[in-house]
Design a protein around this ligand. Structure first.
Ligand SMILES: [Zn+2]
Length: 293
């Protein structure tokens, strides 16, 4: 490795930090059987867009050997911390074909544009790539390669684990497709713009996204557009999220009847199974809502 690090890690344990639970989960699978230690920054109950660094997470980033981020404009809270640590940074989204952010009804995207403007000129990528298992496979490969390079002693372990993980991701993808294919899915709305990769992977078509800027109430104009759409498209269900307040739905309830269930874009469990649990829970939400009767 290029660099001039003099720090000795006596136990030879690789210290790895991931930014969000899906990256924690993928990485946990890849390091199984090695002494590498893993910590995660954004907890599952916080929005991946509005979370702020704490002093303990800053300390973890400071001492980490590798910092695994999603990239695609997601980790704005890390920008300052990573400025002098580029060689430790692993961008898991490298090589993933990015979808551009939805502009929705034509208003309310200013904040997000500002937030992600560092990532490119005019084109704003949607960062939620991990919700397509095919992308998770690319992410797993990127993570594995970085680990192999940093810690060649465990190269074969990382490679074998990654092969197994990729096989599990293929199985998961096929399972979810089968489960969703068995449903009669009616028009639905998603809460924030987290699912274009999931929707594309599994052939879903949401009528709209409610919060174009996560955690922010839609503008009156966009809200009216959504309320009109409820009738126009006969929207039957709205999926809320554990990280965002569903209060805005009260306005929808005044005029419409619809089912409410929950999709989780990041997952709540920090474990190797966390990613798989999250994806299956999301499939279950569709099953509860659109089960053929
Ligand atoms: Zn999001």
């Amino acid at each position: 490795m290029i660099g001039c690090e003099n720090r000795q890690n006596k136990k030879n344990e690789l210290q790895i930090v991931t930014s969000i639970p899906p990256l924690f989960s993928l990485t946990a699978n890849i390091i199984e059987g090695t002494p590498a230690r893993l910590t995660n920054l954004v907890p599952g109950n916080a929005s991946e867009h509005s979370w702020q660094m704490t002093s303990s997470s800053a300390a973890n980033v400071e001492k980490a050997d590798l910092i695994i981020i999603n990239g695609a404009g997601l980790e704005t809270y890390l920008e300052d911390f990573l400025k002098d640590k580029k060689e430790k940074m692993v961008v898991a989204s490298e090589g993933v074909k990015l979808i551009t952010i939805t502009s929705g009804g034509g208003s309310g995207t200013d904040d997000r544009e500002e937030r992600t403007s560092a990532s490119g000129d005019g084109v704003i990528p949607n960062p939620h790539i991990w919700l397509d298992p095919a992308n998770a496979k690319i992410m797993a490969k990127n993570i594995s390669q970085a680990l192999e390079k940093k810690d060649p002693t465990h190269e074969t372990v990382y490679q074998k684990n990654t092969e197994n993980l990729i096989a599990k991701l293929d199985e998961l993808s096929a399972e979810i497709q089968t489960r969703l294919d068995a449903l009669s899915i009616e028009p639905f709305m998603e809460f924030h713009d987290a699912y274009p990769y999931f929707d594309r992977a599994f052939g879903l078509k949401p009528a709209a996204v409610i919060e174009l800027t996560p955690g922010e109430t839609p503008s009156p104009k966009y809200l009216q557009y959504l309320l009109n759409l409820m009738e126009e498209k006969s929207v039957r269900a709205i999926f809320t999220e554990p990280q965002l307040s569903p209060k805005i739905l009260d306005l929808f309830r005044e005029s419409y009847d619809f089912k409410v269930d929950e999709l989780d874009p990041v997952g709540q469990e920090l474990s190797s199974d966390g990613y798989f649990i999250m994806m299956r829970k999301n499939a279950e939400a569709f099953e509860r809502t659109f089960k053929k009767t």
